[in-house]
Write a protein that binds this ligand. Sequence first.
Ligand code: SAH
Length: 351
Amino acid sequence: MSKLGKLLKRIYCAVLPKSEDLEEVLSLNAKADLAKLFFFADKTREKFCGNGIVLRGIIEFSNFCQRDCFYCGLNKNNRKLQRYRISKLKLFNAVKYLVSCGIQTVVLQSGEDLALDAAWLGDLIKEIKSNFNIAVTLCVGERKARDYKIWRLAGADRYLLKIETSDEKLYSSMHPRMDFKNRLNCLRVLKELGYQVGSGNLIGLPGQTLKNIAQDIIFFKRNDFDMIGIGPFIAHKHSQFAGKENGDVGLVLKTIALTRIVTKNAHLPATTALGSLDRDYRLEGLKCGANVLMPNFTPQAYRKLYEIYPQKRCVNEPVGACNFCMDKMAKKIGRFIDYSKADSFKGRFLI
Ligand code: SAH
């Protein structure tokens, strides 16, 4: 077996992989080596997740945010951005439309909107769950345990909260007035409440090293997340990181591949950010370990206002153009779109 083959096997078989091994793979650049890595990851995906590409329809319902994360276009200091909050009725109708397209998971995402009332969202979740047989995922940032509990009791199934970087120092350097330990605590509480929990990171953050990324992958493994979103950092001109270099797509793909090899059966999306660089790289993501796509169902009028990074994919697409586009992508690589709820593969949620 080749040296790289042995290295990949060692990573695959480890209970917790070694940081140096991961760093060595992250620094590969030769075409033949990358082909080998991606092939190994693709086989791992096939073995543990099958050939279905599962869907999470996303609705971005508010772009108000109290935070000032250095990378994000929604940061509260961005006064150029017109802010919006979608009414309950419009939001419910967007969910209804998503369901009519055959999609069975909705992700309700927003900035950390101080005006987001826990009872308001709880009522909406109840309404969605009593009208449709779909999984509800929330992605609204750090909240009190009490709120997470209200939403879980209302019927929310899943929660996404990316760690962004697992390095406390790097994290603190770009999240003013935020506490890394609180983010970890939120992830713990969410797990304890029985949510299927998604996390993830950004690749190419200013100051981030390969070692940081290797540690992120170990962090994902340790926490056994149900879903892990890995995407490139894309500089936004109205953020602290304006003018910084975007994340390298090759490094994103290597991180997805390694995360697949290490975590085996976590759901890994080919993120919208991966589709929003100089061209759409989501297909490449799906070929090196990813098994999820996240079509956008935010009502047209608001889409371009949810500008976490520039040139976001599909902002001008009519709502619902997604099905056709996704089927086409799947066919191109000999896979199929799985329209089911697609719960976690971890098997803890089958009762
Ligand atoms: N307020 C929610 C949702 C944040 S937006 C929360 O805190 O979880 C969803 C994701 O967009 C973030 O987790 C972050 O990883 C990503 N994101 C933000 N700015 C970005 C940028 N400039 N480039 C790429 N991804 C970005």
